[in-house]
Design a protein around this ligand. Structure first.
Ligand SMILES: Nc1ncnc2c1ncn2[C@@H]1O[C@H](COP(=O)(O)OP(=O)(O)OP(=O)(O)O)[C@@H](O)[C@H]1O
Length: 309
């Protein structure tokens, strides 16, 4: 393991500069995105189809950008991918395993592919199995693992080379609440001395670990900055009221409803609107979920009105 001083000294930065990714059919999945990412956890949040995985694949050098550059330590990773790949840990969204191998066998196999072997590989595999709570699964084949267990193997493989850049794409999908909490804690710890990019559509994942937030929708970067800034921008625009269940759909037609919870008195709803949506609505402090819905929906409306024009 590197010593902490050397590690911080050698810590470098990822620069995403005007990246565009267009697929063969002409669909632009990533549309002119620029981001500078340093140590810590960056939450990349966006709805399904926002372009998160496409951007992650470009960063992980799985695919090349159609235009723009990604540099790591000042080196263009599309032209010279090896330097980045040596220090990269990547958990793709569609992480696949060999179903007949056990977790240790699979991790040893991948360790060898990353140039780790012998005693150091054995020690690292054991350390990671402990870290992801899979030390006692023995020789059970991965094909018999639950989704959450398989995801934990995915996390372990991404950490094999003690990466300086860790990219995890929708990592908590399939995890139960306890596993999700463990994983969030782990990511938070890892972010203390490396660059971690967590791509997700789950707001509480980001809320729990990310001190920096980027929001992507329709391939475009809508926001970059601390989550608190985004939340503050929604101040005074979130209202709570209780409506009868029968009135909920009419309310949804008129207003942006961010949450609806059934209570014995009716449905308690949160509404995003510049003014009180109804008599008796009470202004409440916004949270990240409100702020996220607000920015994504308003971008969607702008895009729709541009198309309609
Ligand atoms: N290999 C591909 N070929 C063509 N289109 C693609 C390809 N991969 C993704 N897309 C399209 O690009 C857009 C962005 O997809 P992407 O998977 O990057 O988004 P995402 O934010 O990760 O969403 P999700 O969480 O649903 O995967 C979508 O419209 C998707 O259909």
């Amino acid at each position: 393991m590197r010593n902490a001083f050397v590690r911080l000294e050698s810590l470098v930065q990822l620069d995403i500069n005007r990246v565009i990714k267009t697929y063969r059919e002409g669909h632009r999945a990533v549309d002119d995105v620029s981001l500078r990412v340093g140590p810590g956890v960056l939450g990349l949040l966006g709805p399904n189809g926002a372009g998160k995985s496409s951007l992650m694949r470009v960063l992980a050098t799985i695919t090349r950008p159609t235009a723009g550059t990604v540099t790591w330590d000042g080196v263009d990773v599309a032209r010279h991918p090896d330097g980045l790949r040596r220090v990269l840990g990547y958990l793709p969204q569609d992480f696949g395993v060999y179903p007949n191998l056990s977790a240790p066998e699979f991790l040893h196999y991948l360790a060898a592919a990353k140039g780790l072997s012998g005693r150091s590989a054995r020690a690292r595999v054991q350390e990671l199995l402990n870290l992801v709570n899979l030390a006692d699964v023995g020789r059970r084949p991965l094909g018999k693992f639950s989704g959450g267990m398989r995801q934990r193997v995915g996390i372990a493989q991404a950490l094999l080379n003690d990466p300086l850049l860790l990219i995890v794409d929708e990592p908590t999908v399939g995890l139960d609440p306890e596993e999700r909490m463990r994983f969030r804690n782990l990511l938070g710890d890892l972010g203390s001395d490396r660059v971690v990019i967590l791509s997700t559509h789950i707001v509480p994942d980001v809320e729990a670990v990310a001190d920096d937030l980027a929001i992507l929708a329709g391939g475009r970067l809508l926001h970059r900055g601390p989550p608190g800034d985004l939340v503050r921008a929604a101040d005074g625009q979130v209202w709570e009221l209780v409506v009868q269940a029968a009135d909920l759909s009419a309310l949804r037609d008129r207003y942006e409803v961010t949450r609806a919870v059934r209570t014995p008195d009716g449905v308690r709803v949160r509404v995003l609107h510049p003014e009180a949506p109804a008599h008796g609505a009470v202004a409440v402090p916004p949270d990240l979920e409100d702020a996220y819905v607000r920015i994504v929906r308003s971008a969607g409306r702008i895009a729709t009105s541009a198309v309609a024009r």
